[in-house]
Design a protein around this ligand. Structure first.
Ligand code: NAD
Length: 256
């Protein structure tokens, strides 16, 4: 379905980003990977699906590196057709204890980076009259939790950015939508489970059950495959008039 298209997925060396890159590659899209840590493994995993794949190590808190990544992606693949803004970090602390540099990093990586990638991707999408911007927000883009002020602010912000870009592109073949996952068992969440287990002196399995029980009525993690499936749908012709949504995949978290 996506043969001949190119998807750039930020933060795709791990977790949700890698899951979405894999799902888009399974539909034939060429992939530009980004993120920290090992990238040779993810690159080989995507290449095995028979599509072209490249990697750029831009730090998403650095606008000039984002510009270089977007330029290299256009040089390598002609254009970015599907932009998935996924890179994100977390820090948990009360607002009065929140380190200002952690606040700045979360806003830069989880929100401002999407402004930069989007502003740089939209002109070529408009010229082609086709494009998809998919922002990975969170249940925390719709409701808050204590101790996550920066993350909640950034995720609410990206839901707002999604709506504004959807309106600006509404008469074109370019759409912009957000996906709002609940708990997904990735390294980002495993750290929160491990911290809770250590803090409360409880087994990791109990910490995991408590985490789910507090927020996610299904008591099951959302999977990266489910999120990949939604990204594929949002990239399909059936989603041509899906514009500016913030779509929960959260086991009922925000229905409460
Ligand atoms: P993860 O830690 O597994 O992956 C994060 C990715 O972002 C990695 O590839 C990492 O290298 C990359 N990254 C981090 N900082 C970066 C930077 N400065 N520049 C470039 N890349 C950077 O986390 P995840 O759980 O897969 O999270 C992905 C996205 O999904 C985030 O935006 C997160 O907020 C969101 N999300 C996650 C959950 C969850 O339960 N895991 C729920 C809702 C939303």
């Amino acid at each position: 379905m996506l043969k001949g298209k190119t998807a750039l997925v930020t933060g795709s060396t791990s977790g949700i980003g890698l899951g979405i890159a894999t799902a888009l590659a399974q539909q034939g899209a060429n992939i530009m990977l980004n993120g920290f840590g090992d990238h040779e493994g993810p690159k080989a995993q995507i290449a095995a699906l028979g599509v072209q794949v490249d990697y750029h190590g831009a730090d998403m808190s650095k606008p000039e590196q984002i510009e270089d990544m977007m330029k290299k992606a256009a040089e390598r693949f002609g254009r970015v057709d599907i932009l998935v803004n996924n890179a994100g970090i977390q820090h948990v602390a009360k607002v009065e204890d929140f380190p200002p540099e952690r606040w700045d990093a979360i806003i830069a990586i989880n929100l401002t980076s999407a402004f930069h990638t989007t502003r740089l991707a939209i002109p070529a999408m408009r010229a082609a009259n086709w494009g998809r911007v998919i922002n990975i927000a969170s249940a925390h883009g719709l409701v808050a939790s204590a101790q996550k002020s920066a993350y909640v602010a950034a995720k609410h912000g990206i839901v707002g950015l999604t709506k504004a870009v959807a309106l600006e592109t509404a008469t074109t073949g370019v759409t912009c939508n957000a996906i709002c996952p609940g708990w997904v068992l990735t390294p980002l969440v495993q750290k929160q489970i491990d911290d809770r287990s250590a803090r409360e002196g409880i087994p990791v399995s109990q910490a995991q059950n408590e985490l789910l029980g507090e927020k996610q009525p299904s008591l099951q993690f959302t999977t990266v495959e489910q999120l990949g499936g939604l990204a594929v749908f949002l990239s399909s012709p059936a989603a041509d008039q899906v514009r500016g949504v913030a779509w929960q995949v959260d086991g009922g978290w925000t229905a409460q």
